[in-house]
Design a binder for this molecule. Structure first.
Ligand SMILES: [Fe+2]
Ligand SMILES: [Fe+2]
Length: 199
């Protein structure tokens, strides 16, 4: 059998783990450029927060125009973008960085834009554009991280998968809206009480 060395020898591993213990999860074996990874994660964090705000705006504005199922979709996406933001912020701290949530610079650091949109179709279209931007930027981040930081990569891959679902949701909604109310008759029943949605 081919003897392929798998790990650094145990003694070296143990010694390395004891140096710089204040760095927590970041060991001397960490392969990526930590500062750069924290920076791209902070840009992603800004993007997620802007997406939360945009979807929330769309949720509340869609409410008034009898578009409950679309509003529900906006709210669900807003909540999922918030989960993305929280997971990214957690990873930043794990890497010894600080999550940048300064509101003044959020929109300039975000990849996606905050677009209020006019009518429902406009809002959905803006959300689809934003999701497509997110998909491209997460794919690029994943390529950048490569094999140097598997935990960050896994996180980015998870988020990317969900952004793709979001884009697909928005594409379907947009198609339905453009086809007119007839096409929405086949949609599953909407939740009865609007109070349930706001809880
Ligand atoms: Fe997201
Ligand atoms: Fe998304």
């Amino acid at each position: 059998m081919n003897e392929k060395p798998f790990l650094t020898d145990i003694q070296t591993l143990r010694e390395r783990a004891r140096t710089h213990i204040e760095e927590g999860a970041v060991t001397p074996g960490y392969q990526a450029d930590r500062e750069q990874v924290v920076k791209i994660l902070n840009d992603a964090l800004a993007t997620e927060i802007v997406c939360v705000l945009r979807y929330k705006r769309h949720y509340f504005m869609a409410n008034g125009i009898h578009a409950r199922s679309v509003a529900d979709e906006f709210l669900q996406h807003a909540n999922e973008e918030q989960v993305h933001a929280d997971r990214i912020a957690e990873r930043i701290v794990q890497l010894g960085g600080e999550p940048d949530l300064a509101p003044d610079s959020l929109t300039s650091r975000s990849h996606a834009e905050y677009k209020e949109g006019g009518d429902l179709v406009d809002m959905i279209r803006e959300d689809l554009v934003a999701e497509r931007i997110a998909i491209d930027s997460y794919a690029e981040m994943i390529r950048y991280v490569g094999d140097d930081d598997p935990t960050t990569r896994r996180l980015l891959e998870d988020v990317l998968g969900q952004e793709e679902e979001h884009a697909d949701d928005m594409k379907t909604l947009l198609e339905e809206m453009l086809k007119g109310p007839e096409s929405r008759k086949g949609r599953p029943a909407e939740p009865a009480a609007s109070s349930a949605r706001r809880s």
